[in-house]
Design a protein around this ligand. Sequence first.
Ligand SMILES: [Zn+2]
Length: 401
Amino acid sequence: MKEEQFLRRVAGYSFAVMLLTICLTFALRYKEEYNIVMQERDATAQEELLYVEATPTILPEVTVYPVEQMTMDRHNTEEEVWEVWQMISPENMDVLMEQVSDRCVIIEKPVGTGVTWEVKENLPCYQISFTLRGAKENLHAASVFRMWDNLMYFGLPEAEELLKNFSVLSYEEENGVTSEVIMTFDKCYVPEVAEQEEYYIIHLKKYSEVYDKIVVLDAGHGGKDPGAGAENYRVKESDIALKLLLELKSLLEENTDINVFCTRTEDVYATLQERADLALGLEADLFISWHCNAAESKSRAGTEIIYNALQGTEDTFNSKAFAKLCLENLTTALGTKNRGLSDRQDLHIVRRATMPVVLVETAYLSNAKDLELLKDEEKLKAAAHAVYEAVLTAYERMEEN
Ligand SMILES: [Zn+2]
């Protein structure tokens, strides 16, 4: 009897273990599938977001949409490149050779008389769009060639070239076919279009080749993100930062030959990535971001500058040297407490900057005395002027090096 009971119990346990194993297997498989679905969904969501962000002003209002998409999913062999190169302009080869630069995009002209072109830049996205109107036929993706490092590329962008991504959209409009070539590069370029008999050549110049001095200004927050606030958000960090930016922008533009680019000049939102991308893509000499501080403790006050301790070297003019200049000038001009310099690798735009970068925490919105200062237009002008002087000194020091 006891033996039978024991056996029954063993059978019972075995059955339970078996059931548990089956359930676990199913649960694990389901989880795996779920993860894959979630990853895919995330990837799609990101792509959609990027697409929308990247082409806010480029997409035209059209109804007909026969879309010409890239299909050449392979790399070019040397013979193929040579074949295309030979194919490209049998009569006009010499002229073309004279006109192509080592950094350009060549687009075959579509058939049609009176075809017009337009080129547009979308700076923080590193995009250039080239639009042709009034052609008789669609522009093919295979008609987009690139020159880089003495090599010609066609088809899908390859890892080593400057073009990272491109698409061609063609659609019917009243006066013919419109084709848009939307190209994404590794950084910002100034496009210079030369029109030839058979080709358009878009020469790509680095901003540093076109402009001698480049400074990128950023006003923290903006749009849906007001940053810190005071007096029930009647006073907003985003507004003060913008005032400081605009003041510094006009000081630099009116009194120097420095080219100023801004992450925003209105009350709009920009992501941290876009802000950093602009400074990096333009290869700016200096990057200045305006902010205001806030703290729980109402007694905390003063000016602080955040910098990137990993930027530059000891013997060059680096982020820390620039931060020191700004801090000295600001505390002197405003009479604020000197809260010192702070290296913050956790802040996206500071960490990513490869040029001398400062993030100016002008004063505390949460401190009564500092707040009065931040509400005073004359004091804001003085603050902008203090950093303006720091920029001038920075260029002197950089030229010495
Ligand atoms: Zn801020």
